[in-house]
Design a protein around this ligand. Structure first.
Ligand SMILES: Nc1ncnc2c1ncn2[C@@H]1O[C@H](COP(=O)(O)OP(=O)(O)OP(=O)(O)O)[C@@H](O)[C@H]1O
Ligand SMILES: [Mg+2]
Length: 276
């Protein structure tokens, strides 16, 4: 039987549909104050789908505030955040933006997962039950389906042997890995990590960073990682953003920022944090 297999690849063929691509993030001139403390002073940035971006900078430079705005835990004073082209928290009416319905905000936000410095697992639930909670409630998964997903994720973060333990019987690093599994269980396309290791004892930092590194390498999720671990930033990120006083002071590939930063203030910051 004859096969009509084309012998050349048609380079004009349309690219694969982007349906499986994680959505990117677009941030336009974001401002946020707390009282008279002008914390974010015009942050603009485009993060293409799948990119892994590390945020570094001094304490108080606005890194957490930026992530909390993306997570809709805070509202911007002005500026716009778009997730995969969809405005977050607002909806366009004519030339203006008006507050979006709670329901639609939640739908857009469902694409985004966050892991914080201080993981707050439910103490009375096991590791698996912590991971199963949101998929059952929000994604309406059956108990069996949610349990199977939770076990797979806990195995992925190296906790296959701790599935039915309560948090009080887990180390800090193990608890943080449950928190990562819990965030992944919602199948987010964008993940935000805010200094996930800074509350941990030093010997547990490595196991958590390794899990995040593996996730970064294996998935097409868009990832924003705030970290004080410069080696980790260098290993995991495609791009490093140095924030200073509420603005992006430098936005460079890891090799550039760590070898030869373009902004002298990046250099000063790195010299201070990297010097023994
Ligand atoms: N909810 C809030 N109410 C009042 N001020 C706040 C609030 N959240 C943050 N701030 C202030 O905003 C500024 C930026 O804080 P933010 O937490 O974004 O900094 P950061 O870059 O994450 O710092 P760190 O590296 O210490 O985590 C700080 O001056 C902080 O005190
Ligand atoms: Mg912070």
């Amino acid at each position: 039987m004859e096969h009509s297999v084309p012998r050349t690849i048609d380079v004009t063929a349309p690219p694969e549909p982007p349906a499986l691509q994680a959505p990117g993030l677009s941030i336009r001139d974001l401002h946020k104050s707390f009282g008279d403390n002008h914390v974010l002073r015009g942050v603009s940035l485009d993060i293409p789908a799948g990119q892994k971006v590390a945020f570094i900078g001094r304490s108080g430079s606005g890194k957490t505030t930026l992530l909390r705005l993306v997570m809709t835990l805070e509202q911007p004073d002005s500026g716009l955040i778009e997730v995969g082209g969809v405005p977050l928290g607002v909806r366009r009416v004519g030339d203006a933006y008006v507050p979006d319905s709670r329901r639609h905000v939640n739908e857009v936000r469902r694409n985004i997962g966050m892991v914080f410095q201080h993981f707050n697992l439910f103490p009375h639930k096991t590791a698996a039950q912590n991971v199963m909670e949101a998929p059952m409630k929000v994604l309406k998964q059956s108990k069996d389906e949610a349990r199977a997903g939770a076990v797979a994720l806990l195995e992925k973060v190296g906790l296959g042997h701790k599935v039915d333990e309560h948090p009080s019987r887990l180390s800090g690093g193990q608890q943080q890995r449950v928190a990562i599994a819990r965030a992944l269980a919602m199948k987010p396309q964008i993940m935000l990590f805010d200094e996930v290791t800074s509350a941990l004892d030093p010997e547990m930092v490595g196991e958590v960073l390794n899990v995040i590194r593996d996730i970064a390498q294996e998935t097409s999720m868009t990832m924003l990682l705030v970290t004080h671990e410069m080696r980790f930033a260098r290993d995991v990120a495609n791009r490093v953003i140095y924030m200073e006083d509420g603005v992006i002071a430098e936005d460079s590939p890891p090799d550039v920022i760590f070898e030869n930063p373009t902004n002298p203030s990046t250099r000063n910051f790195l010299r201070a944090v990297l010097s023994p």
